[in-house]
Design a protein around this ligand. Structure first.
Ligand code: CMC
Length: 436
């Protein structure tokens, strides 16, 4: 395990002139990639002012040594390694180790980590009853989040901040995979398949998803590799909505399972991880209506019914999303390998081509994001649409864990508690009900 990098440099300062001429001198923080921030910690105490930044468009909530992202250049790196390099040469377990521990594992560390993940793959037998209690129509994200919260009931020592964190982390990484597959089996009424210790992380997941007790099931190496790559691409993305939620909830002292469950719920929304499901639903809707995607793009541009081109646009990427680039190539390769011809892929490509040439999308810097092609690959792997966001959660898990760990280990962490500017009524007298 390596210690976090040296803290950010504090050499320069910025001067803020407030109405009335009062001035505040604020330190400037510079990161290792020359990113600059104004540290406003002392602003309110010194001046009485706070900052207002709806949607946190310009607000850094923390310093972090986990992921570097440059939205203008389309750069994404985990612990200094480029996403392209990791997707090509690493696998999901190794990348998880990297994110959580800050360095690539040695051979011994790698074996130990994998063995621990294999040993902790079973969930408590009593938890099986939960699956039985959900209606078959339940969205698997509802089941997943509830089950992850429930893990804190099965491992009550997690409520103690001094309990063995590494063990909780291993349990989570291993068991979320089992829970995700069980949620799917339950939704289609098939018997739950127990994990198989002879299989690696991703192969084991595919086994639990697609094997049935009555038949032999051999995991396809193509599927296993594709899944590893997909999960690596999703593994972290610095302070996005769900990760910030994990950090916010964790900052109150809530246990790891509760904090991660809150991240799963934040991810569910269609503007975040839920977009991968929304992309396929959008493409299916267009196909069902006759395939006129040009009309759909026109509707989006005219904001008809508040339509958006799902899988396009990103808060941070304003050039291209490096994950989408890898996924587009991977999509062609995986479908060709599997011999799958998906009309939704042709639709998606047609829409991308038009959008990338259209002024509306160019002027707003809207490009395909990670969710535009990932759903088509998941479909080809046989994963049903309502499981797509669960797959995103499975991939993002090591990132959430790494951020939670970085937060609890930092001496600078304080409970997350933003302020506000009140815009409601001023003091008024209570009116008894008869007089209203
Ligand atoms: N289709 C059409 N117009 C769009 C889209 C889109 N996908 N995304 C943004 N716009 C327009 C938006 O209408 C607004 O236009 P105007 O200035 O005329 O009001 C402008 O672009 C800026 O949009 P915004 O919503 O203010 O930008 P944001 O940074 O707050 O939102 C976003 C980012 C990802 C929520 C948004 O681009 C979006 O809704 N995309 C579709 C959903 C999606 O694919 N989400 C997955 C994101 S990647 C996975 C992840 O990391 O979560």
């Amino acid at each position: 395990m390596v210690s976090a990098m040296a803290g950010p440099e504090l050499k320069q300062s910025a001067k803020l002139v407030l109405p009335g001429g009062k001035e505040a001198t604020l330190p400037v923080v510079v990161g290792t990639e020359d990113e600059h921030a104004i540290d406003i910690k002392s602003l309110r105490t010194e001046t009485g002012y706070i900052t207002l930044d709806s949607g946190y468009m310009n607000t850094g909530s923390t310093t972090s040594a986990i992921t570097y992202l440059d939205g203008e250049q389309g750069i994404l790196r985990y612990r200094g390694y480029s996403i392209e390099d990791l997707a090509e040469h690493s696998d999901f377990v190794e990348t998880s180790y990297l994110l959580i521990n800050g360095k690539l594992p040695t051979k011994d560390e790698r074996v130990k980590f994998s063995t621990m993940l294999t040993r902790h793959s079973l969930i408590h037998e009593d938890m099986h009853q939960f699956f039985a209690g959900y209606p078959p129509t339940s969205h698997p994200m509802a089941v997943l989040s509830a089950m992850v919260t429930s893990m804190s009931a099965y491992y009550p020592d997690s409520l103690d901040r001094n309990s063995a964190i590494d063990l909780h982390i291993t349990r989570l990484l291993s068991k979320v995979r089992t829970i995700a597959a069980f949620a799917y089996k339950k939704s289609i009424g098939q018997p739950l398949m127990y994990p198989k210790n002879s299989l690696k992380y991703c192969a084991n997941f595919l086994h639990m998803m697609f094997a049935v007790p009555s038949e032999d099931y051999e995991v396809s190496p193509i599927l296993e590799k594709a899944l590893n790559q997909l999960l690596i691409l999703h593994a972290d993305h610095e302070q996005n909505c769900s990760t910030s939620t994990v950090r916010m909830v964790g900052s109150s002292g809530a246990n790891l399972y509760a904090s991660i469950a809150s991240g799963i719920l934040a991810l569910w929304g269609p503007l975040h991880g839920g977009a991968n499901q929304a992309v396929i639903e959008m493409l299916e809707e267009i196909k069902l209506a006759g395939g006129d995607y040009k009309k759909f793009i026109d509707d989006v541009k005219n904001k008809r019914d508040n339509r958006r081109l799902m899988g396009f646009g990103h808060r941070v990427y304003k050039n291209f999303d490096p994950r989408a680039k890898i996924l587009k190539k991977m999509c062609d390769e995986v479908l060709a390998h599997l011999g799958v011809k998906d009309p939704l892929l042709d639709l998606a490509k047609g829409m991308e081509e038009i959008a990338l040439r259209d002024d509306y999308f160019i002027s707003k810097k809207l490009y395909p994001n990670v969710d535009f092609y990932s759903g088509i690959i998941y479909r080809a792997l046989g994963i049903p649409t309502n499981m797509f966001t669960v797959m995103f959660a499975l991939g993002r898990l090591p990132g959430w864990i790494a951020h939670w760990k970085e937060m609890v280990e930092s001496p600078d962490t304080k409970i997350g508690r933003p302020r506000q500017i009140y815009t409601g009524e001023q003091l008024r007298k209570f009116t008894p009900i008869e007089q209203r």
